[in-house]
Design a binder for this molecule. Sequence first.
Ligand code: NI
Length: 170
Amino acid sequence: MSVLTVLTYPDPFLHRQMAPVTDVDDDVRRIISDMTETMYAEPGVGLAATQVGIDQRIIVYDVSGTDTPPQPQALINPEIVTAEGEQVSENEGCLSVPDFRADVHRAWRVEVTGVNQDGQSVSIKAEGFPAIVLQHEIDHLNGVLFIDRISRLKRELYKRRVHKQMKQPA
Ligand code: NI
């Protein structure tokens, strides 16, 4: 297992649509184990392959919280099949959008289908926080960051800050 480098905004790869996984083979399982290790190292509650520069529709997440043993989950080719209700995801953040948080409107409940690392079809129903994480990570596979879902004004403030930092001498 190895810890992968997490891409950050404004890396153009983060805005790309990832390709479906065609075979759940050992390469895919190795990517999942590297992504899981990376997620825990950062630490984060979820990670999409997009964020580590891998053009495959794979997400990992762990919504078990800090008081329980780790419960890593992986989902291949995840797809939101139903989304119901509304919630405000308070202070949402992202490893690819460092030092910035914002409230994001999300669905309250989602049903997600996909494939697990044994190649079996799965269907997951989630609500509340786990539903937020699934929506956030699946967004990544479609090239969408949470800052794409906030007001233009707030997004511009963040972008201006990043561009200013990039201009500063190292
Ligand atoms: Ni993210």
